[in-house]
Write a protein that binds this ligand. Structure first.
Ligand code: AMP
Ligand code: ZN
Length: 120
């Protein structure tokens, strides 16, 4: 999709600090980390938001979530700290009230410290 930052990252037109890549998924460090570990996992396919997920993308969404938790458990996906066994926060912001700023579906993985709730 033209003018989508994350599609440009997928195409290599904008640099990113990649953590993982396969045919359909990409994970990279968030440019403005909110925790010691903060990375994003995205489908390479341009899906505008979770609220625009189509039935045909259900399996892809499942693999997206599965990969997010798998990377969170690895020793150092977000740097030397990693989330390890201590847990993590998996966040999907959707549309305006959800605080979505990049209109390409992404899962935030945050960890490396105890995170407060509610988010505010
Ligand atoms: P959201 O508010 O859920 O749409 O989150 C978008 C996230 O993308 C924010 O946490 C940004 O810091 C992050 N972000 C924006 N541009 C880039 C970029 N070029 N590389 C890595 N992360 C980015
Ligand atoms: Zn996109």
């Amino acid at each position: 999709m033209e003018n989508c930052i994350f599609c440009k990252i997928v195409k290599g037109e904008i640099p990113s600090r990649k953590i993982y890549e396969d045919d359909e998924l990409l994970a990279f460090h968030d440019i403005t980390p909110m925790a010691p570990v903060h990375f994003l996992v995205i489908p390479k396919k341009h899906i505008r938001s979770l609220m625009e997920l189509e039935t045909e993308d259900i399996a892809l969404a499942g693999r997206l979530l599965h990969k997010a938790q798998e990377l969170a458990k690895e020793p150092g996906p977000g740097g030397p700290e990693g989330c390890g066994e201590n847990g993590a926060r998996f966040v999907i912001n959707a549309k305006r009230d959800g605080g979505q700023t990049v209109d390409h579906l992404h899962v935030h993985v945050l960890g490396g410290r105890s995170l407060g709730w509610p988010p505010g």
